[in-house]
Design a protein around this ligand. Structure first.
Ligand SMILES: Nc1ncnc2c1ncn2[C@@H]1O[C@H](COP(=O)(O)OP(=O)(O)OP(=O)(O)O)[C@@H](O)[C@H]1O
Ligand SMILES: [Mg+2]
Length: 372
């Protein structure tokens, strides 16, 4: 890779080094289906500018993805026609150079949304631009600048990893030494070296997943869609894939939009997380902002002597009280306000506080609350 390329704010991407060719074919062929200090706009600010479309031009130009009110309905079944409304007005703004997480329960519309943004599916309504180009009217302008890896990708069963990568490289117009070097680099980067000559159908799930990730990097995309990138990977490999995702953004300025069911992954990697449910984005923000927005409370953990005094759960601001042996978990609206009140109340009753800890809700708890 070209180390001269820096974060998005400092560089113009090296288009001369970009492969040309039939990237559209490469995209279609796939089937439909952070920690650094780069500053990012919050979605409110992105959409809060002037002009009839919302943001002013400068802000709009900073968006890698700008999707408004996307609607998609699947129609299936020959005899009994069925309709599934996968997206019911999904709106999303992703700044360039961000790692953006899309979380939501099974069937929420995550893969559908990514597929529309990656120009693999057509929406029924709404609009979306990727790198400033409309995904419906100008797919050819963006296909070679993006790529997508799916958690359950499938490639031709008899091809070996190096052949799969070479095949996709050719679809992007690459060839000769440039392509050979790129394939070697990706094989090494995704730790596929020992399996270079193993046929695709003989690879384990995790190795297939790594190959899908490597394939998604073949054209050095500016926008990378990762649909459950660590699905089925062992913890050790997951950590390394996550490190690579963070590195791609840091070193290449790649905008990454990923879906995951692993909350720790989202929290570790993503600057912004959007929760989608039943085809609509319900909430969006950093992990900390979401925890505050959803207001499922903070937990004050106490070790008391004597344990669990009566009526503690009736104090103002106490949302829930759980006694776990000699520990008491007190869920309160705001720990900052309620902790002194609780400690004073316990002191007045001569209850000894042996230990006291405040913890924020986990992202998982926010997810469960939103998915309800
Ligand atoms: N090709 C299709 N034909 C019919 N229905 C579909 C098709 N693809 C998706 N759906 C339906 O659209 C809805 C959204 O599916 P989608 O795959 O986008 O969800 P998801 O959020 O990615 O779920 P998961 O977390 O399980 O991957 C689901 O109800 C699904 O059954
Ligand atoms: Mg999915």
């Amino acid at each position: 890779m070209n180390p001269s390329r820096g974060p998005p704010s400092q560089r113009s991407r090296n288009r001369a080094a970009r492969p040309g060719g039939s990237a559209d074919a490469a995209q279609r062929h796939e089937g439909a289906g952070a920690t650094d200090s780069t500053p990012f706009l919050l979605p409110e600010r992105v959409h809060g500018g002037n002009g009839p479309r919302g943001p002013c031009y400068d802000t709009w130009a900073m968006l890698a993805v700008d999707a408004r009110d996307l609607v998609k309905t699947f129609r299936s079944g020959w005899f009994r026609r069925r309709q599934t409304q996968a997206l019911r007005g999904a709106t999303l703004a992703v700044p360039r150079g961000a790692i953006f997480g899309l979380l939501g329960p099974n069937g929420a519309g995550k893969t559908t949304l990514l597929s529309i943004l990656a120009t693999l599916l057509l929406p029924d309504g709404g609009s979306a631009t990727v790198l400033g180009h409309d995904v419906v009217r100008e797919p050819f302008a963006i296909r070679r600048r993006l790529n997508m890896a799916s958690g359950n990708a499938s490639f031709v069963w008899s091809l070996r990893p190096a052949e799969v990568l070479t095949f996709y490289g050719r679809l992007y117009g690459m060839g000769g030494k440039v392509l050979r070097d790129r394939v070697d680099e990706l094989i090494a980067r995704c730790e596929l070296g020992p399996h270079r000559r193993t046929e695709y159908n003989e690879l384990s799930t995790g190795l297939k997943q790594r190959l899908a990730f490597a394939k998604a990097l073949i054209n050095d995309p500016e926008v990378l869609f990762l649909d459950e990138p660590t699905l089925g990977l062992d913890p050790d490999v997951s950590i390394r894939i996550r490190a690579q995702i963070a590195e791609l953004r840091r070193d290449r300025g790649t905008t990454i939009i990923l879906t995951t069911h692993y909350m720790r992954e989202a929290e570790e990697l993503c600057d912004t997380i959007a929760f989608i449910k039943a085809g609509r984005i319900l909430a969006q923000g950093s992990a900390d902002e979401l925890k505050r927005q959803i207001r499922i409370g903070e937990v004050i953990e106490l070790r008391l002597d004597p344990a669990a005094p009566e009526r503690l759960g009736e104090l103002p601001g106490v949302l829930q009280l759980q006694v776990k042996g000699e520990r008491v978990e007190c869920t309160v609206d705001t720990a900052e306000k309620r902790l002194p009140e609780i400690l004073r109340w316990l002191h007045e009753r001569a209850v000894l506080v042996r230990d006291c800890q405040v913890r924020e809700p986990e992202l998982e708890e926010v997810f469960v609350e939103l998915a309800r």
